[in-house]
Write a protein that binds this ligand. Sequence first.
Ligand code: AMP
Length: 132
Amino acid sequence: MASIFTKIVKGEIPSYKIAEDNNYFAFLDINPIAEGHTLVIPKKEVDYIFDLNDETLSGLIQFSKKIAKGIDQALGTIRTGIIVEGLEVPHAHVHLIPIYYDGQPVSLGKKINVPEERMKEVATLISNSVEV
Ligand code: AMP
């Protein structure tokens, strides 16, 4: 069965899309730990990130770099962090976490509430700052 992220790529379920190219797709995490918390995935569905072939893995990081730079520009971060866990959704992905101040807690456990309108706004802001 297709993963929930494959369904997002295919447009079968909605997402706060940020950007895509032929091989990768970026969208907001629906349970963010910081405003602008973004997921970046390879379109090819592989569960464990370290089972990706070298080309796909390095492409994922390069695509994530473009998105992270867009986050930094759009949201005025001090930098963007990267976390890989992958225990919930069996489709390889990286979490990009905007960091707004020194000492900001960065942990996948602590969710914040971002209203839907703001999620849409943030996705558009980042999207407009990304060139893929
Ligand atoms: P993990 O697999 O532990 O790295 O985390 C998976 C992440 O996917 C979690 O942070 C979820 O909030 C996020 N997530 C699950 N379903 C969706 C969805 N439909 N759209 C956006 N993010 C999602």
